[in-house]
Design a protein around this ligand. Structure first.
Ligand SMILES: [Zn+2]
Length: 221
């Protein structure tokens, strides 16, 4: 079998990791098997260089994670919506982080005109972000600076797109949270930049996206 060695290596590393965890804390797996109470939902890029737990120094059980190409919040994406609904309404996470990263291949592809394949249809959503911000982006002559800014603007639009969902708007009304944040990870130095676009209400939302407030019946447990 080609590459069987590298594949086996993952299983060996898993055994070593289990041993290490058990040595550090004998109840680690027992505790995690009972429940999960993460405070954070992470919506990040599928890029192998941006592992949510590792770059934030968090352990299993601390971050609920959804990843796709270019950390997109596409409001017809059932997978993203299901993760969001479960995280917000069942796990009741306090924060939702959209984390992009500089050098994101998906975002950079959206700046060009080359056909790649099926993924072109996913990337279309990122092209829409370019069109929304074409005036600002076309003024930037330095290509690196332009790419970096486009990556930031894409994250910011995904934060707004979260705020446009009924899931987030209803949670804001019901419990005043979660806070939605926009971050960019720099693969060149490992640091995360907070874009400071955090939202916990719909006040800055264009009127057309704001749903009427709903009357909630308290759930009795
Ligand atoms: Zn990416």
């Amino acid at each position: 079998m080609p590459d069987s060695k590298s594949y086996q290596q993952l299983l060996l590393q898993n055994k070593a990791w289990v041993e290490q965890k058990n040595n550090e804390d004998k109840d680690f797996f027992k505790r995690l098997s009972l429940t999960q109470t993460p405070e954070f939902l992470w919506i990040g890029c599928a890029d192998s260089r941006v592992p949510a737990n590792e770059i934030t120094g968090t352990a299993p059980g601390e971050v609920f994670v959804h990843r796709n190409i270019a950390n997109m919040v596409v409001h017809t994406d059932m997978s993203m919506l299901s993760v969001l609904d479960y995280a917000v309404n069942v796990l009741e996470v306090k924060h939702v982080v959209v984390c992009g990263h500089y050098g994101c291949g998906g975002v950079l592809a959206a700046m060009g005109n080359k056909q790649i394949g099926l993924i072109d249809n996913w990337i279309r959503h990122i092209k829409d972000v370019y069109r929304m911000h074409v005036d600002e982006l076309d003024l930037i002559t330095d290509i690196k600076a332009k790419q970096d800014r486009f990556i930031e603007l894409n994250v910011i639009e995904q934060v707004y797109d979260l705020g446009k969902t009924s899931i987030i708007q209803n949670a804001w009304q019901k419990r005043g949270g979660p806070v939605v944040h926009g971050w960019v990870y720099d693969i060149r130095n490992g640091l995360i930049k907070d874009l400071k676009v955090s939202m916990d209400n719909d006040e800055d939302m264009p009127d057309v996206y704001r749903f009427e407030k709903t009357t909630f019946t308290p759930v009795t447990k």
